[in-house]
Design a protein around this ligand. Structure first.
Ligand code: PGA
Length: 257
């Protein structure tokens, strides 16, 4: 069993109005209060952050944003800066595959965002993961290692970093990677982090699996030596299901309640 505290993060994507978000966060906060051994993070859309952060204030639930601008302020219509988020969240997801594929974010953009998040004393959750074509080509390991290296170019806040490995082919498809596949890549990502950050720092960094995680399949993922939790999309929108994921993680880590 590892010394790293497991993380279960819910990525709500473009779902929930401010009042729906408040209700969901309240249910989750109640449900996970018995599992302080798991770090629980919910990531509502920007419009839900104020309600949700107020709702979970005195619980063991943390709040994250799903994106941020790397620019500090100015004429960037529609964008949100780290200073705006800082009052509301502790974590920010950067480089989610949907941001990369649908909104053209490059590794360079992702690195700039991760650096901006760390500079503002928040914690980036940096996402990486290969497409189905890359997996079929047989070079997923090399490709994802390079993507992580490029997405952390210039980044040095190792103590704040969380990495999420999310194979694109497993996101929202109901076809999760196998725990062995996830462990293989995540073990490689930890080796990459050893090269970037040194052994001691790399050993402390939580690396999550993401892609069709639910309460039935979470156990064997977090049982693997290098997998320190999950980034959960669809299953994070139902309080009972999300709480079960947290509970099953706590069980694997030996603190069921
Ligand atoms: P999913 O999404 O759990 O719905 O597959 C995961 C994610 O995109 O973070």
């Amino acid at each position: 069993m590892t010394h790293r505290k497991p993380v279960i993060a819910g990525n709500w994507k473009m779902n929930t109005t401010p009042s729906e978000g408040r209700d969901l966060a309240l249910e989750i906060a109640k449900g996970v209060s018995d599992f302080p051994g798991v770090e629980v993070i919910v990531c509502p859309p920007f419009t839900g952050l104020a309600n949700v952060s107020r709702t979970v204030e005195s619980s063991n639930v943390l709040v994250g944003a799903q994106n941020v601008s790397a620019e500090p302020s100015g004429a960037f219509t529609g964008e949100v800066s780290t200073a705006m988020l800082d009052e509301l969240v502790s974590h920010v997801i950067v480089g989610h595959s949907e941001r990369r594929a649908l909104f053209g974010e490059t590794d360079e953009d992702v690195a700039a965002k991760a650096i901006a998040v760390h500079s503002a004393e928040m914690k980036p959750i940096v996402c990486v993961g290969e497409s189905l074509d890359t997996r079929k080509s047989g070079n997923a390991v090399g490709w994802v290692r390079e993507q992580l290296r490029a997405s952390l170019d210039g980044y040095a806040g190792w103590g704040s970093l969380i990495v999420a490995y999310e194979p694109v082919w497993a996101i929202g498809t109901g076809e999760a990677a196998s725990p062995q596949q996830a462990q293989e890549i995540i073990g490689e990502l930890r080796s990459e982090l050893v090269e970037l950050a040194g052994q001691e720092a790399a050993e402390q960094i939580r690396i999550l699996y993401g892609g069709s995680v639910n309460s039935n399949n979470i156990g064997p993922f977090v049982d693997r030596p290098d997998i320190d939790g999950a980034l959960v999309g669809g299953a994070s929108l139902q309080a009972a299901e999300f709480v079960s994921i947290v509970e099953n993680t706590a069980r694997v880590y030996g603190n069921p309640a």
